[in-house]
Design a binder for this molecule. Structure first.
Ligand SMILES: Cc1cc2nc3c(=O)[nH]c(=O)nc-3n(C[C@H](O)[C@H](O)[C@H](O)COP(=O)(O)OP(=O)(O)OC[C@H]3O[C@@H](n4cnc5c(N)ncnc54)[C@H](O)[C@@H]3O)c2cc1C
Length: 270
């Protein structure tokens, strides 16, 4: 049951037409990153990979930001993977949420990082930096992704090794999940690289695509528009550069109303 139902003061403060959900779990990874889970409204439907507006009441006013839903469409709860911006209007407060607290969510979700926006293919690349892994956390846990693609490659680049941990936790969770482990089998590959620390796999994802290192490391052929599909989620600069590399390889950008060979979404607004 949601906390606001038992607290008339909070109930009266919550704006009409939004969901007020209860935090069920919080996990801090670094001083910049954390994930949390919350209850899912019974009538809330979304497609894996979409984002929603989530928020908190701050000094009597709601503050909302776009957040990729990191849990898959079948999950009974909703999961989010978040940055902590020290003076950020939302995340300076959101980083302090605890189990039992209330988080607001607008009722509509949307987004382009959905399976429907891609033409059929064989191999799906998910290119992400930082919290850009969030929509892919949803998609790699959705059986539909493995119905559409024979091979799914989750590429995640962060500054430090500690920032990769959420990605590794996701892979472990899939391996230990009774049903998902069977569906996913050996179809999912995880290519994790860091830019600022010593690590077996180093470098920006764009440099590793350009040099061919990524393909050598993964043991796969270079990008081929006939079989390869891509999804990109990162900063504006990362999107621009990765998008150009895919275009140079002959892939065309798609959208919900016109599926293509790759799709993009910003992980945040600069
Ligand atoms: C489509 C979409 C999906 C998003 N999904 C997520 C998500 O799943 N998880 C998440 O943490 N954020 C996500 N964001 C960013 C999110 O909307 C907020 O910007 C973020 O939560 C910070 O909010 P804030 O109010 O504290 O600071 P803001 O005023 O929103 O941001 C302050 C500054 O912090 C930096 N910043 C903001 N977000 C990030 C980030 N995620 N990584 C690195 N630097 C950042 C930017 O330079 C920004 O100008 C998404 C944004 C968009 C547009």
């Amino acid at each position: 049951m949601n906390a606001p139902a038992t607290n008339p003061e909070i109930v009266s403060a919550i704006p009409a037409g939004v969901y007020a959900e209860t935090v069920t779990a919080v996990q801090h990874y670094t001083d910049r990153l954390f994930r949390f889970r919350m209850t899912r409204p019974q009538d809330f439907r979304f497609r894996s990979g979409e984002f929603a507006m989530i928020g908190l009441m701050v000094e009597g006013k709601p503050v909302y930001r776009a957040y990729s839903i990191a849990s898959p469409a079948w999950d009974e709860e909703l999961e989010f993977f978040s940055i902590k911006v020290p003076d950020g209007p939302l995340t300076q407060h959101l980083q302090n949420v605890q189990v039992g607290d209330t988080v607001l969510m607008r009722k509509k979700s949307t987004g382009t990082l959905v399976n429907d926006a891609l033409l059929p293919g064989k191999r799906l690349y998910m290119f992400s930096t930082g919290t850009g892994i969030a929509p892919f956390a949803s998609l790699i846990r959705d059986p539909e992704t493995y119905e559409k693609f024979e091979e799914v490659i989750l590429c995640h680049t962060t500054r430090d090794v500690a920032e990769l941990k959420y990605g590794f936790d996701l892979i472990e969770e899939i391996k230990n999940h009774e049903f998902l482990s069977e569906v996913v089998g050996d179809k999912l590959k995880h290519y994790a690289t860091v830019t600022r620390e010593d690590y077996p796999f180093k470098g920006r994802i764009t440099d590793n695509i350009r040099s061919g290192k990524m393909f050598t490391d993964l043991g796969v052929p270079p990008l081929d528009p006939a079989v390869d599909r891509g999804m990109i989620c990162g900063s504006a600069a990362m999107l621009k550069e990765t998008k150009q590399l895919l275009i140079d390889a002959g892939l065309n950008e798609g959208a919900n109303n016109k599926p293509g060979e790759f799709v993009i979404e910003r992980a945040f607004v600069d």
